[in-house]
Design a protein around this ligand. Structure first.
Ligand SMILES: *Cc1c(COP(=O)(O)O)cnc(C)c1O
Length: 348
């Protein structure tokens, strides 16, 4: 069975390989955690305030929201539910559109659900026809990521809606919007007429809460009910609940970071254009660039300079590609200077 390999990192390295918030979370998050009392830690957490504030921030009703221990937990719960609805013959299936975030196939396999991989189009636009063709009576979940990781390419709501309409009765579309804050796209506005769609969000990326583990599922109350039933009742710990409230209250921190990310993406686009490298316009806080056969040596060279970027050459359709997190502009510029210097030394 496949297991997630945590990418290596050492203290002091510039982490541009996991799409984390390279500026750190809002200082208010640390203050909120420091203000917790011994009783707050000793008692099981109360979620009234965090649900009220998170629902308001996300623009949904509280009964359309389920807070989870990182979006990874939501992804796992979708696989758990897929396993419960057994087809009369064969295994339940989870459709995964490639290239994809690792946790869909890992979670599906952990639950005995067969991952069914849809190959990418060369330009990484959403392969709607191939996805529809992969749907069978055994399909229980379709994981769609928008913007996608590792490409940054967005998926239209119309395409998501078409997949949803093509599914057998007990199947759902799980729309992973981990990078929603960096582009604003969302399927959430369409959920009123989409009974079999769940939208997933995380506060790990734009809000900088990766180590606290906070994510959210949004869907019609009846669609979320089975997710509530299989999610442990206290899966959000007290630090995560307090930290999320503080992060949501600091809108300026989020807006400031999102504009850094936008400027950072432009720095990488400019680098790619200057070098004549293929890249994909990203709706997220990273950019995929095709550097060719130098991808692996480039990633190694940057690691020697304590800059971590991700070699994505092994992902379907991503031959010769690296993925670089675009956070603070100063960090992006440092990485781009190192990439420029390396490529100049190898090609000029
Ligand atoms: C980072 C990421 C997640 C994981 O979010 P957590 O809240 O940290 O579990 C989920 N989906 C995608 C596409 C991601 O890139």
């Amino acid at each position: 069975m496949q297991e997630y390999q945590r990418p290596a990192a050492a203290p002091g390295q510039l982490r541009l390989h996991l799409n984390e918030n390279t500026a750190g979370c809002s200082p208010r998050v640390i203050e909120a955690i420091a203000a917790l009392t011994p009783e707050d830690v000793a008692f099981y957490p109360d979620y009234d305030a965090v649900y009220e504030e998170a629902a308001a921030a996300l623009g949904v009703a509280q009964d359309s929201l389920l807070l989870v221990n990182g979006l990874d937990e939501g992804i796992l719960m979708a696989a758990v539910l897929a396993m419960r609805e057994r087809p009369p013959e064969g295994r339940a299936e989870a459709i995964v559109i490639q290239p994809a975030f690792d946790m869909y196939a890992i979670s599906a396999e952990a639950c005995g659900v067969a991952p069914v991989h849809v190959p990418p189009r060369p330009d990484f636009t959403f392969p709607l026809d191939a996805t529809l063709a992969a749907v069978t009576r055994r399909t229980r979940v379709v994981y769609i990521t928008s913007p996608n990781n590792p490409t940054g390419v967005r998926v239209s709501n119309a395409a998501i809606g078409e997949v949803a309409r093509a599914l057998p009765p007990s199947a759902i579309v799980f729309v992973d919007e981990a990078y929603h804050d960096f582009c604003g796209d969302t399927f959430a506005g369409e959920l009123a007429s989409a009974r079999n769609v769940v939208v997933g969000r995380t506060f790990a990326k734009a809000h900088g809460l990766a180590a606290l583990r906070v994510g959210a599922l949004i869907g019609q109350p009846a669609t979320l009910a089975p997710f509530r039933a299989v999610t442990p009742p206290y899966s959000l710990n007290v630090c995560a609940a307090a930290g999320l409230r503080a992060a949501l209250a600091d809108r300026a921190q989020l807006d400031g970071y999102v504009s850094e990310v936008r400027a950072s993406r432009a720095v990488v686009y400019e680098f790619a254009r200057h070098r004549g490298l293929e890249y994909w316009e990203s709706g997220a806080n990273f950019v995929l660039v095709r550097v060719g056969p130098l991808a692996a040596p480039l990633v190694r060279h940057l690691r020697e300079q304590n800059i971590l970027i991700r070699d994505k050459s092994g992902d379907p359709g991503c031959d010769g590609c690296i993925r670089i997190t675009t956070g603070l502009v100063a960090h992006t510029e440092r990485a781009v200077r190192a990439m420029e210097a390396f490529l100049a030394s190898r090609t000029d």
